[in-house]
Design a protein around this ligand. Structure first.
Ligand code: NDP
Ligand code: 8X3
Length: 253
């Protein structure tokens, strides 16, 4: 696969696993995240034979996103595949107690960052009549759960944005896919619980969650389908996760 693949949030979890998987598939990689030292380590791990361009980028910063895409070296500029993966959940408090700063941060990263990156690559993809945007949504965008409030809503936005992109791109060869994973063990819960490793660990205790590699395999698969095939969305869970019954509150007595 001789593609130029740009992955946001490549410093850990799904993003880093996607980098490893696309490196194995023979792609040129543009890896972006805020923690440059983690990206440097990943580049070293991938080895000198894998063409990698690193970008220190906070996707919440619109100017920085525009500058980063405009400043890509010539041999990395014509991005074939953008994996919009950078994202986070912050907190699990009920809406009436949740932090507005956390809500801002999730909207700024999961939604605004994702649309800035998408808008930066789309004109080139349409002009070349070639390209694929893979968004990392979540089951949380499809199914409500207590404390999911704004995080789930940001992922519902990603789902609808992905569908609307397809509507706009009809008549071009540019593809759009929304991947909607359930519980997967990455740094996700450590970030959600603001560094509380024990609380994060308890999320996965006694289960066999998805691995980052599972999600990366799916991203590689959807992008390696023939050009006539657009996988619109894939919802994927660990076999240890399923839906609960609708909740009913009953008065005492
Ligand atoms: P991780 O916390 O392991 O990875 C998140 C990545 O996003 C990191 O590389 C982080 O890099 C990057 N990131 C966060 N904020 C920014 C920012 N402002 N600018 C640039 N990069 C940023 O979690 P996951 O791998 O699990 O999460 C990846 C995506 O998958 C997210 O969108 C998440 O919502 C989604 N997801 C996760 C699930 C799970 O259970 N793990 C399930 C469903 C969806 P850095 O901090 O270096 O900037
Ligand atoms: C991450 C999955 O269920 O923690 O998007 O919201 S969940």
């Amino acid at each position: 696969m001789e593609k130029i693949v740009m992955i946001t949030g490549a410093s850990s979890g799904f993003g880093a696993a996607c980098a490893r998987a696309f490196a194995k598939a023979g792609c040129r990689l543009v890896l972006a995240a805020r923690r440059m030292e983690m990206l440097e380590r990943l580049k070293e791990e991938l080895g000198p034979e894998v063409p990698v361009h690193l970008v220190k980028l906070d996707v919440r910063n619109r100017d920085a996103v525009e500058t980063a895409f405009a400043g890509l070296p010539g041999d990395y500029r014509e991005i074939d595949l953008l994996v919009n993966n950078a994202g986070l959940a912050l907190g699990l408090e009920r809406a009436q107690e949740a932090s507005l700063d956390d809500w801002d941060d999730m909207v700024d990263t999961n939604n605004k960052g994702l649309i800035y990156c998408t808008r930066a690559v789309l004109p080139g993809m349409v002009a070349r009549n070639r390209g694929h945007i893979v968004n990392i949504g979540s089951v949380a965008g499809n199914w409500p759960y207590p404390g999911g409030n704004v995080y789930g809503a940001t992922k519902a936005f990603v789902q609808q944005f992905s569908r609307n992109l397809r509507a706009d791109l009809l008549g071009t060869a540019v593809r759009v896919t929304n991947i909607e994973p359930g519980m997967a063990e990455t740094e996700f819960s450590t970030v959600r619980f603001k560094g509380d490793e024990q609380k994060a660990h308890r999320v996965y205790l006694g289960t066999e969650p998805l691995l980052a590699e599972d999600v990366a395999d799916i991203v590689v698969w959807v992008s390696s389908m023939p050009g006539r095939v657009n996988i619109n969305s894939i919802e994927v869970m660990s076999v240890n996760q399923a839906w609960g019954p609708l909740a009913v509150h009953r008065h005492e007595g």
